[in-house]
Design a protein around this ligand. Sequence first.
Ligand SMILES: [Mg+2]
Length: 345
Amino acid sequence: MQITVRPLALTLETPFKLSYGATTVRENVLVQIDDGTFTGVGEAAVVPYTGETPARVSAYLGDGALAAALGDNALWLEDALDRLPPGESSAARAAVDMALHDLWGQHLGQPLHRLWGLNPARSPRSSFTIAMDDDEASYRDRLRAAAAQYGLIKLKLGGGDWRDDLERVRIARAAVSAPLCVDANGGWSAEDGLAIIPRLAGLGVIFVEQPVARDDVDGWRALRDGLPGERPPLIADESVQGVDSVPPLAGLVDGINIKLAKCGGLRAARRMIALARAYGMRVMLGCMVESSVAVTAAAHLAPLADFADLDGNLLITNDPYRGAQIVDGMLHLPSAPGLGVTPRD
Ligand SMILES: [Mg+2]
């Protein structure tokens, strides 16, 4: 197997202002694995807050130990994944996992979702994310434009005072009739959450993502115990990373947001979905700021999810690939073999 690694700088259409800070360019890494018959492609999303760097990701992908671990039979996907060198970067491992799944699917001549027996029509609508904006008029304009195109709007919150967040949701509610969900990115305390979440429920918010900080187990517990039973589901994002992080959240959160870059790829994501279902949790599929390569990989799992937030490729201006599409708010999966992505040029 021949491995090729190249940098992929993605330009954001709108600078992303989260509770962590603002960014305009993301330095992702593309990997291609060629077995002499087909070429599989994968993408590592380098997310600033995880401490990963393009250099570390590229070092893992370009290491001879990785090439040696892959073996020479693309059909023995599980064997190759079992042998991947551990490496600290889950995004780098996810990129290899995607490329190997792409190769496997191309050899079998079917798209991944079909190989897994999934009905693409069962994919939930994908949300589209609206970043925080202090300019009320431009916030409204972006909301209306997004609502016309996507069926579900996700509002980024958690920028400071929960009362300002509530006001943002009120502005959004007045501006658009589309269903809303919110993501606080861990920006609230448990007290903030207890104050704002019942009010969000009154505004028709259908779920609340990562209200409290990543490691704030007491905060999750306080919300579970203190909020009324009738409330929007609370979905863990930053609090859930890989497969091992799911069992400790059982009974604490209502659902988990699975992202390939966090968990290490499609195989780990499928294990997490199975675990989440065993614990009675909702399943959300998310993404980072990524091109159509990584977003499409995740989209193949969408028929297994309750919620999808697969808009990473829609937030950038220089996507080099074409893959899963959102048409009238509905997710359309590619039907070409493997990931089914094709270069744009
Ligand atoms: Mg999130």
